[in-house]
Design a binder for this molecule. Structure first.
Ligand SMILES: C[C@@H](O)[C@H](N)C(=O)O
Ligand SMILES: C[C@@H](O)[C@H](N)C(=O)O
Lengths: 165, 165
């Protein structure tokens, strides 16, 4: 199919909450997000992988930077209750996203986007995709450089207000 | 904002490729997906989390079930070249997705979706989101039950052709 990248965005006011060694049993994610919802914490993206022959999951989610402290409190309480291995909060992250049309397969766009970041020496921390978006979490200080690199790789002009330092 | 779930979909012809203990250094994801692209393997979604104080990443991506064997060959070769800890291919998975409008915060929809899966005793393996989608990887045999449970939780009628056994 014909794939076009329509735009690239940078979201800077984020904190990443990472739960590791989460027991991989039905109902655990539901309990975590019910508690997050009860505290009215706004979640941006959620990324989960399972590992160790399916025994555990690494579950990360991003929140507005201003809600990091409350997210930490909620997750530390859940840690004890659910037997989660560890909770880390990283307040120094940003999210750079490539938005496309007709992205039913991500291979070409992912390859181009990741190579642009590699050439700019930007490390990719988390990756999340849907049919129209590929998002990468990077260090906040790398965000503007990442944005410019991806714009360049896809031949896009920088949108007004998005030209980083 | 006002959030509505417009639909729920089930994608069944998938295999999950999971790379664990991937060195978390710039350029690694680029090399992996350049090789995947070179073999014309179509990638559906990509999910990555970092762990162990940022030393490693767990990187998973889904491909069409028919491309699982080739993806395995490519990744095993990359494993040696890039120092990746392990490669696993799981051909028994499906992806269930809730598609919404105005999902700038996922908290409420995630909580409802995960609780529906929990009540149906469906284990959630991977999670990936974007502004308009929350996707969960589940065992293939759980897919139809997961689809019905999520439809019910959001008060949607099952779309024609989507009523599972
Ligand atoms: C780890 C968590 O997602 C768990 N597998 C669940 O289904 O709730
Ligand atoms: C693990 C991989 O994503 C690595 N961090 C990179 O930037 O390529």
């Amino acid at each position: 199919e014909s794939i076009t990248v329509q735009g690239v965005t940078l979201k800077e006011d984020l904190a990443m909450v990472s739960l590791n060694a989460v027991p991989n049993t039905a109902g655990v994610a539901a309990k975590i997000f019910a508690e997050i919802a009860r505290h009215h914490i706004m979640v941006d993206d959620i990324v989960q992988n399972i590992y160790d022959a399916g025994r555990f999951a690494n579950l990360s989610f991003s929140v507005n930077a201003g809600e990091a402290a409350e997210a930490r409190t909620v997750c530390e309480r859940l840690m004890a209750e659910l037997g989660i291995g560890g909770v880390e909060i990283d307040e120094g992250v940003s999210k750079v996203s490539a938005i496309g049309v007709g992205m039913r397969t991500h291979t070409g766009i992912a390859s181009t986007m990741f190579e642009a970041l590699a050439r700019a020496e930007v490390n990719i921390e988390n990756i999340s995709t849907s049919e129209i978006v590929i998002s990468c979490i990077v260090r906040r200080e790398d965000g503007p450089r990442a944005l410019r690199a991806i714009h360049g790789a896809f031949g896009l002009d920088l949108a007004p207000g998005r030209a980083g330092p």
